[in-house]
Design a protein around this ligand. Structure first.
Ligand code: ZN
Ligand code: ZN
Length: 173
């Protein structure tokens, strides 16, 4: 996803319109690789200002992630703005502003997506608010199957966190 900034740098134009859709396979973030299941749609513009070049854009794409309780594969739609100044060197990164570094006269938009991705993915992915997850005893998906583990005497650890709170309540009584 390379964008040429040449026209802006040479001052042939003051605004560069961005409007494209491109397929990328994966996004690497936080030591994980996320499969991208839709083309990445990018809309917006880069504006030449007194302070430099300013990126004002919005991206939209879908990725695969997994339910954090039952590990079911889920497609997650993402749509978020990416705004900030473009600078030539790492050392020019502004403290109070979002800044993205470009290389020569090219901006690699995939790098920008990877930099901003972590702030825009849901911290906890769930297939359903009420997902029962995997049984810590035998590993079955409790949304699909029941298991015998709950019959054990020491089922303390299986207490639903919502009820655990209630239990504490009675304890304090
Ligand atoms: Zn789940
Ligand atoms: Zn079980």
């Amino acid at each position: 996803m390379i964008i040429s900034l040449e026209k802006l740098i040479k001052r042939e134009v003051d605004i560069l319109d961005l409007n494209f859709s491109q397929k990328i396979d994966s996004i690497n973030c936080c030591g994980k690789s996320y499969k991208v299941t839709s083309p990445v749609e990018l809309k917006g513009k880069i504006i030449k200002t007194g302070e430099g070049m300013y990126l004002d854009s919005e991206v939209k794409f879908s990725i695969l992630d997994y339910c954090s309780r039952c590990l079911k594969e889920l497609e997650i739609d993402l749509e978020y703005p990416i705004k900030g100044f473009l600078v030539k060197n790492e050392k020019d990164v502004l403290e109070d502003e979002d800044t993205y570094v470009y290389n020569g006269d090219e901006l690699d938009f995939k790098n920008i997506i990877e930099d901003t991705f972590v702030l825009n993915i849901p911290q906890k992915v769930l297939c359903d608010e009420d997902c029962k997850g995997l049984c810590p005893g035998c590993g079955v998906n409790l949304n699909e199957e029941e298991c015998k583990c709950h019959d054990d005497e020491n089922d303390e650890q299986f207490v639903d966190p919502r009820f655990a709170k209630l239990k504490d309540f009675f304890k304090n009584d």
